[in-house]
Design a protein around this ligand. Structure first.
Ligand SMILES: Cc1cc2nc3c(=O)[nH]c(=O)nc-3n(C[C@H](O)[C@H](O)[C@H](O)COP(=O)(O)OP(=O)(O)OC[C@H]3O[C@@H](n4cnc5c(N)ncnc54)[C@H](O)[C@@H]3O)c2cc1C
Length: 446
């Protein structure tokens, strides 16, 4: 263990938002930080998230905000206490990045871009002495136990192995922060190879699953060929989750070659996925006319239509045509389609069977990962003292809307501060890097 924070060395493995935030927390206290990443440059998924508008957080009140983390709300709450959406916006301002609240309540940088923000951040990190080691893939620890315990200080040294373009390297650090991401979009670097490395060290890992993803439905060749890629605007979905709660949400979906995706499907993806896991499939109900009550739809559809076809009758009376009409044809028998009363009911609750989640590689984010039960309050792995974890590799999930990045930043900061507290405790220092008068170590100020 180092005798001061200035002489401490910490490896941060993974240069996404969580890892970079951990690096900042450590370097700002004088710790020598080395950031390792398997890719040629850091922040690739972060940059991808910025395509089409960098939605960095959300402006809603903390209570509903926390609700987005579902069953992990309790574990995410202290992280957002340390660094919540307002703190994130203030931090961005300090980086020279102004933000604004969009009409949906989502928060974006004024220029909507991720690249200038990442550039400014990396510049600041380098100025505080953070060193970057690209094309260094962490492939495990260098000792049988993963860590070498220094009995005198009750602390551990991390002996890490990396594959690099120059061959394998073995490096020793006083602590390590892992921020290796989930398993979605592996070509951007997060390939979840860490799962087997952690499991081999008795770190529990909940199975990684696709989150914020599309789902397959058995479309006919006709629907696939004619309508794949079409958005279905103004639609509502009703779905019963595994706990028998009924979800009703309105929004927009996209009909794809294999099924459905889009923001409304992403928002419901955890509930859909869990039903498929439990039951093998799930039938959701699409409301194709969410602005009209059932009685009105019945009245309009059953109105005499003379010689008009049912399709032009629907278009004329309630504005249903195009892809919505195609979905009705796809899901209903000829008889039902011709029966105006049954057709009206189907327009308000069209059953669509979803059979499987799209592969995790296509998903926006990952559910599953290292459970909070395996971590202490500083996000240190209980089985591996001195090793901290942050970001999407932890077992939580949230919908899109800025909630993912917010929790990644917050957990990175908490893990970085946790590593500081760990180093300070080992060296008999307080957070400022000086020996505490009482001789007891203090965690760094939040
Ligand atoms: C298309 C898309 C759009 C998104 N849009 C949004 C959005 O609008 N808002 C939002 O909040 N979130 C969004 N996200 C999600 C967000 O980008 C992620 O949640 C976030 O980047 C996760 O951060 P992280 O630091 O945990 O991991 P990552 O950003 O995945 O970073 C992990 C890093 O670890 C490195 N790594 C992995 N394994 C190793 C190893 N063995 N050795 C060395 N390095 C390794 C990887 O190369 C990578 O650089 C989007 C994601 C995608 C794919």
């Amino acid at each position: 263990m180092p005798s001061s924070l200035d002489s401490a060395r910490v490896a941060v493995i993974g240069g996404g938002p969580a890892g970079l935030m951990a690096a900042e927390a450590l370097a700002s206290h004088g710790v020598q930080v080395d950031v390792y990443d398997a890719m040629p440059s850091v922040g690739r998924k972060f940059l991808m998230a910025g395509k089409g508008g960098m939605n960095i957080t959300h402006s809603e009140a903390l209570e509903p905000f926390l609700g987005r983390y579902g069953s992990r709300r309790q574990q995410i709450a202290p992280l957002l206490d340390a660094f919540g959406p307002d703190a994130l916006r203030a931090w961005l301002k300090g980086l020279g990045v102004e933000t604004f609240v969009g009409s949906s309540g989502r928060v974006f940088p004024t220029d909507m871009k991720a690249a200038p923000m990442l550039r400014a951040w990396l510049h600041r990190l380098r100025e505080t002495g953070v060193r970057f080691h690209m094309r260094h893939k962490w492939v495990g620890w260098d000792s049988e136990d993963g860590v070498a315990t220094a009995a005198a200080s009750q602390s551990s040294t991390q002996m890490l192995r990396f594959t690099t373009p120059d061959g394998e390297q073995r490096v020793t650090y006083d602590a390590v922060v892992f921020a290796l991401g989930g398993a979605s979009w592996p070509r951007l670097g997060s390939d979840a190879a860490w799962v087997s490395l952690m499991s081999a060290r008795n770190v529990p890992v909940a199975p990684l699953r696709a989150a914020n993803c599309g789902f397959d439905a058995d479309w006919s060749p006709y629907l696939r060929e004619r309508f794949a890629g079409r958005p279905v605007k103004s639609i509502a979905i009703s779905l019963t989750d595994i706990d028998k709660n009924v979800h009703n949400r309105q929004g927009e979906i996209l009909l794809t070659e294999t099924g459905l995706e889009g923001s409304l499907i992403y928002a419901l993806s955890a509930a859909i996925r869990e039903r498929i896991l439990a039951d093998g499939d799930v039938t959701i109900a699409l409301d194709l006319a969410p602005g009209l009550p059932l009685e009105r739809v019945i009245a309009e559809v059953t109105r005499p239509r003379g010689s008009r076809s049912m399709s032009s009758h629907l278009q004329g009376r309630i504005g249903i045509g195009g892809v919505k009409l195609a979905l009705l044809h796809e899901m209903l028998s000829k008889e039902t389609f011709a029966d105006s009363n049954r057709l009206a009911h189907a327009i308000k609750a069209l059953p669509v069977r979803l059979t499987r989640a799209r592969p995790i590689a296509e998903a926006i984010s990952t559910a599953g990962g290292i459970p909070f039960e395996a971590l202490d309050a500083h996000l240190m792995l209980k089985p591996l003292p001195g090793a901290f974890c942050a970001g999407e590799m932890l077992d939580w999930e949230a919908p899109t809307g800025g909630y993912l990045l917010t929790a990644c930043f917050a957990s990175g900061l908490v893990a970085g501060r946790g590593a500081l507290a760990y180093l300070a405790a080992g060296a008999g220092l307080n957070a400022a890097g000086t020996t505490d008068a009482s001789g007891a170590s203090q965690p760094p100020a939040a």
